[in-house]
Design a protein around this ligand. Structure first.
Ligand SMILES: NC(=O)c1ccc[n+]([C@@H]2O[C@H](COP(=O)([O-])OP(=O)(O)OC[C@H]3O[C@@H](n4cnc5c(N)ncnc54)[C@H](O)[C@@H]3O)[C@@H](O)[C@H]2O)c1
Ligand SMILES: [Zn+2]
Ligand SMILES: [Zn+2]
Length: 384
């Protein structure tokens, strides 16, 4: 089968790989119908995630058709059209039982540090992902969800990560009615977080990025204020000015380890890898939130230390909430929101490419070319 393969930093290609097989009675094999490229893939692509191995197939946002099931799979049947959340979760451990499907204790060898994900580094299990024609899906009865009849496949594929992650970012913010919410990062995740902030009762939503085309997109899509951090001076002072020198009630970091905007962070976190990514956005979030406010982090950082203003966390009494999204927990509500038109996930998709063109897809998304917000890959075997 055709599959994307990582060859080292900034090098990906499409290659022939053996067909995946059922390795455990709870597995399924899924023929991919759509898969996306995510900001999380860029951390791998840029070589910023420890133990990302050459030969790995990325892709944790995909839909597909069930082709084969293991002997213990009871909820899915061959031929089902499914959306597959990015978390690999056993459904039975103490974390899964609490709905913490992003933190399963069984799905990855470094279980005390991270859960299992498709198409990520070996720290999260080293499972091959969905930027391929076929994927092995472990614990097939737990997270994969039959796509409701009538739902557009492009909405469905965004329910595997971007929509629940934007939603959980807003949820973790503990937004109270009328709150001012600042979202750092106007990628698909930040744009969705800004959109969802309104659902939780925000009174004002501000998004910050450096890409004008994304800010313009966010203004329209998320109905929020949008500012270019390269044009507003110090973004922390700017947010304080905007809030009567109080600070935002909630700050959301939807940027993660590739953040721009601070030379020291960029050199230590991205160029020399002396710390696990550049912590600029989380830094701004901590300093721009009001005393007693909430910082919600969905932007991904590596497991080791970053140069973050932790003393300010203490002195300001900030609540910081962070997690990998528990996609399965959010799906019932979010499917309803999509069906009722409250959310329009496919509105984020700007590019549709053949799987064979994946290297172009990565280059464009990474360099933010051609007004790219979200790219969907379509394997020639998709059949739809
Ligand atoms: N926690 C989760 O479960 C989860 C799920 C999906 C994605 N993510 C993470 O969310 C983050 C965003 O994903 P995406 O797909 O939207 O990525 P993306 O790369 O499309 O968007 C990131 C945006 O941040 C902007 N940016 C860079 N530095 C900034 C700064 N200092 N302040 C504000 N904006 C800045 C970039 O210009 C870019 O537009 C990534 O770190 C990704 O790994 C987390
Ligand atoms: Zn993703
Ligand atoms: Zn589990």
């Amino acid at each position: 089968m055709l599959a994307m393969e990582y060859r080292g930093p900034k090098r990906v290609r499409v290659t022939q790989k053996p067909m995946p097989e059922i390795l455990h009675p709870e597995d399924a094999i899924v023929r991919v119908t759509r898969s996306c490229i995510c900001g999380s893939d860029l951390h791998l692509y840029n070589g910023n995630v420890p133990d990302t191995r050459v030969g790995q197939t990325f892709g944790h946002e995909f839909t597909g058709v069930v082709e084969e099931i293991g002997s213990e799979v009871t909820k899915l049947k061959v031929g089902d059209n499914v959306l597959v959340p990015f978390n690999i979760a056993c459904g039975k451990c103490i974390f899964c039982k609490q709905g913490l499907f992003g933190n399963c204790h069984e799905a990855a060898p470094q279980a005390t540090a991270a859960g299992g994900f498709f198409g990520y580094s070996h720290i999260t299990g080293g499972y091959d992902g969905g930027q391929a024609e076929y994927v092995r899906v472990p614990y097939a009865d737990v997270s994969p969800t039959v796509i409701p009849p009538g739902m557009d496949i492009e909405d469905a594929v965004l329910l595997t990560d971007v929509v629940p992650t934007g939603y959980q970012a807003a949820e973790m913010g503990g937004i109270q009615t009328g709150d001012t919410v600042v979202v750092f990062g106007a990628g698909p995740v930040g744009i969705m977080a800004a959109r969802c902030a309104w659902l939780f009762g925000a009174g004002r939503v501000i998004i910050i990025d450096k890409e004008d085309y994304r800010l313009e997109f966010a203004r329209n899509y998320s109905k929020c204020e949008a500012y270019n951090f390269q044009e507003i001076g110090d973004p922390v002072v700017f947010i304080k000015k905007q809030t009567d020198w109080i600070g935002a009630d909630v700050c959301i970091d939807a940027v993660g380890a590739e953040a721009a905007g601070n030379a020291l962070q960029t050199i230590t976190g991205r160029k020399t890898l002396l710390q696990a990514g550049s912590a600029t956005a989380v830094h701004w979030a901590i300093n721009a939130v009001r005393k007693g406010g909430v910082v919600s982090i969905v932007g991904v950082y590596g497991p080791t230390d970053n140069l973050v203003p932790i003393g300010n966390v203490l002195n300001k009494g900030i609540t910081i909430r962070a997690n990998q999204t528990a996609v399965k927990r959010h799906l019932p509500r979010l499917i309803e929101h999509v069906q009722n038109g409250v959310l329009n996930p496919k509105g984020l998709i700007t590019h549709r490419l053949a799987l064979e063109d994946i290297a172009d897809g990565y280059r464009m998304f990474s360099a933010k070319l051609d007004n790219c917000i979200k790219t969907v890959l379509i394997p020639s075997t998709a059949g739809m």
